[in-house]
Design a protein around this ligand. Structure first.
Ligand code: DGJ
Length: 522
């Protein structure tokens, strides 16, 4: 080989090796225009996710056949429990073999990970703490119920508990920083569904002492009159006291982790049934009525997220998509529910969600799975969706469902780009008894002047000029798909497919995309 060519080859080799070594930027939240988004490698990212069943990630062998199935479902991210008992079997001795294997498995299958830190609490309980913590009750005190029963739950009022958890979490984050320059791990959930049950607050000695000390002085949210906490909040005092102290504990753990590796962090909430009392649901968790306390108490937490198992997805999702708190649904019911895809379209299209993830994703088959088809479609459109979220040029639709399961079939209305859309969830050409209305939904985004992309299933859209002058007609409606982000038109729809120009219809038996150009006539 001539010298010049040899030198060029060496330079190229060194440059490629350097690029492979140089770490990607740390994932972070940024606000751009109307949207607060998760940036991965400097680009806004949508988590098309699923959460593993609780015990799957304890074994690399068990996980082996699961990874490719997640890929077949078109996930780009998997939510993976990493537990305290798994990484610190003896105090101060850390073992990251399984953690590293999980990262490897994800990378081999082109997936990202959201790590779930099952530390002091998992669904209120402390079953995931290591044996050396479980067995040393004196050093690591437990919470107590109002009747004095000791619970298998670390007390949030013990510094020893907090220190031990923070040390372990910091070790995990330090390790991730060292072994994950390629940013396989995008975010971390700190603890899991924090909150006190069956009483509204911990009644251990430590907690009682804190209650006596804090209640007269503790933070009173803006707008409330002064006074003792109990006077201000009445019967809510116990729950708000618990929320504040859970938030402070979580802050200590999260801040210790962030000091090692500042990945975005969030906490997830077990939601409360209407009318339920604190303690019947996990009291003090990051619920909407406690947002002020969680934000003040845990500033290192970037996001408060709902686990939505109730049918009224729309209502709960709206409560969490509030200014400064991007919507991420880490547990969007159990995987395999027929309405999960319409929930995903609604979350991304109506509420600028950064991610969506049904629970126990490894328990469903990959064959003909609606979620997989919806994710394929959303994955192909990601670039357009995140841009439209920033510009405020996207809308999402699904029929709201009440807590008792009643579906509100009223058509939805939206205005975008000078046009008013009427979105019906009842398909005109399918017998009513064959329609699963709750699974119908989709999104529309503007992709040019008078030009829109409609994506979803089981919705029919009619149009009118927003200013009321004249009528909207369809200039063209192309059915097509996105391949690697590129639009590939397939059929020009007209005739029966558009009801002779009267509507755009996304049939209920599949997911489809149409690129539609409108015009005005008088
Ligand atoms: C909510 C928890 O966060 C999950 O880990 C899991 O236990 C589910 N409940 C079970 O439905």
């Amino acid at each position: 080989m001539p010298l010049r060519k040899l030198l060029a080859a060496i330079v190229l080799f060194l440059a490629t090796a350097a690029a492979a070594q140089s770490p990607q930027p740390v994932p972070q939240f940024r606000t751009v225009g109307d949207a607060r988004q998760l940036f991965v490698n400097n680009h806004p990212f949508l988590i098309l996710g699923g959460e593993l069943a609780n015990s799957s990630s304890s074994s690399l062998r068990y996980m082996q056949p699961i990874w490719p199935r997640l890929k077949l479902l078109n996930l780009n991210t998997v939510l993976v429990p990493i537990s305290w008992e798994m990484i610190e079997p003896e105090e101060g001795r850390f073992d990251f073999a399984v953690t590293d294997g999980l990262l490897e498995g994800a990378r081999r299958n082109g997936l990202h990970i959201v790590a779930l830190w099952f530390g002091s609490w998992k669904n209120s309980m402390s079953s995931y703490v290591p044996a050396w913590v479980k067995r040393d009750e004196r050093r690591f005190p437990r919470a107590q119920a109002a009747d004095g029963t000791t619970l298998e739950m670390l007390s949030a009022f013990s510094l020893a508990n907090e220190d031990a958890d923070a040390r372990a979490f910091a070790a995990l984050m330090r390790h991730l920083r060292q072994v994950d320059p390629q940013r396989t791990v995008l975010m971390v959930q700190v603890e899991n569904e924090i909150g006190m049950i069956p009483s509204a607050r911990d009644h251990s000695e430590l907690s009682n002492a804190a209650f006596a000390k804090q209640v007269p002085t503790v933070l009173v949210p803006k707008g409330k009159a002064g006074g003792t906490w109990a006077q201000v909040f009445g019967s809510d005092a116990d729950e708000r006291f618990m929320a504040w102290n859970d938030a402070r504990y979580t802050e200590r753990v999260a801040a210790a982790g962030k000091a090692e590796y500042p990945l975005p962090m969030y906490v997830n909430a077990a939601l409360a049934q209407r009318g339920a009392l604190a303690g019947q649901y996990p009291s003090g968790g990051p619920l909407p009525h406690l947002f002020d306390i969680w934000r003040a108490g845990a500033p290192s937490i970037d996001m408060l997220s709902p686990d939505i198992y109730f049918p009224n997805f729309v209502e709960w999702a709206r409560k969490y998509a509030v200014p400064g708190n991007p919507l991420f649904v880490p547990e969007a019911s159990r995987a395999g529910q027929e309405e999960e895809s319409s929930n995903a379209f609604f979350a991304f299209g109506a509420l600028n969600a950064i991610g969506f993830s049904p629970f126990s994703i490894d328990s469903i088959s990959t064959e003909g799975q609606p979620l997989g088809q919806a994710y394929a479609m959303l994955g192909g459109m990601t670039q357009l969706i995140v841009q439209a979220q920033q510009r405020g040029t996207i809308r999402g639709f699904r029929p709201p469902v009440a807590f008792n399961g009643t579906i509100d079939e009223t058509p939805a209305a939206a205005t975008l780009g000078g046009h008013r859309f009427n979105v019906s969830f009842i398909d005109p050409w399918t017998p009513r008894d064959q329609q699963h209305i709750a699974s119908h939904g989709g999104l529309v985004l503007q992709c040019g002047p008078d030009e829109f992309l409609f994506a979803g299933s089981g919705i029919t859209i009619t149009f009118a000029p927003a200013d009321g002058a004249g009528y909207d007609g369809i200039e063209s409606a192309w059915e097509g798909r996105f391949e690697q982000g590129q639009w590939k038109p397939r059929r020009l729809l007209n005739g029966d497919e558009t009801h002779q120009g009267r509507h755009v219809r996304l049939p209920p038996d599949r997911f489809s995309i149409q690129r539609v150009r409108l015009y005005r006539y008088h």
